[in-house]
Design a protein around this ligand. Structure first.
Ligand SMILES: C[S@@+](CC[C@H](N)C(=O)[O-])C[C@H]1O[C@@H](n2cnc3c(N)ncnc32)[C@H](O)[C@@H]1O
Length: 189
């Protein structure tokens, strides 16, 4: 059982996608192949497939993937769900856009494997490919993210660097919180 399986007993655990993320990809063309690493219950994958992207979402939570697929089948979306480990995924050359939303945390125990993952994506994605990362803007996380892309040695252009606020509400207890996030989108040249 994956860590998130039990949390995903709550449908739509993370609520609506960031409006800035959806707004950006609504106006972006062309609407190509997008991979959502750690897609969870499909908060972003479903919205992006509704915009016309051909989306693949990977997560190690079978529960999350099943929920996403059932919505996708009902709506006839171009959305494929894979249960698997994002660290074992390698076929970045098949995608125009790689999305990681709330998937990286840069805690001490995960720092090396997470920065290695960003480095791998940066090196493997095709020229003109986009990497879009939404990450908590606390401590040094955003700096680590930017330094990791910079240190990968790829030539890139920053398309978007936007502060976000994530509003969480636990519907049962009424608990609410606000967390600062950053959306960082780069294009490989
Ligand atoms: C905080 S949730 C974010 C979900 C989604 N990206 C969103 O923003 O709604 C992090 C997700 O990453 C998934 N995850 C964490 N490590 C993973 C791994 N090694 N392989 C696949 N999925 C992973 C978890 O199962 C969880 O669904």
């Amino acid at each position: 059982m994956a860590d998130y399986d039990k949390y995903y007993e709550t449908e739509d655990l993370f609520g609506e996608p960031f409006s800035e993320l959806i707004g950006y990809f609504k106006q972006f063309e062309p609407k190509g192949n997008l991979i959502d690493l750690g897609c969870g219950q499909g908060r972003d994958s479903i919205s992006l497939a509704r915009l016309g992207y051909n989306v693949t979402g990977i997560d190690n939570s079978q529960v999350g993937i099943d929920q996403m697929i059932s919505i996708s089948e009902r709506e006839g979306l171009k959305l494929t769900g894979l249960v698997g480990d994002v660290y074992a995924f390698d076929n970045y050359q098949d995608f125009d856009i790689v999305l990681l939303d709330s998937m990286l945390h840069f805690e001490k125990r995960d720092l090396k494997r997470e920065t290695d993952l960003i480095d791998k994506i940066a090196k493997r994605i095709n020229k003109n490919g986009l990497i879009c990362i939404c990450i908590q803007d606390t401590g040094k996380k955003v700096k680590i993210l930017k330094d990791t892309i910079d240190n990968s040695g790829i030539d890139y252009e920053v398309l978007n660097d936007t502060p976000l606020v994530y509003n969480y509400e636990d519907k049962e207890s009424g608990y609410k919180s606000e967390t600062k996030y950053c959306m960082y989108i780069v294009k490989k040249k």
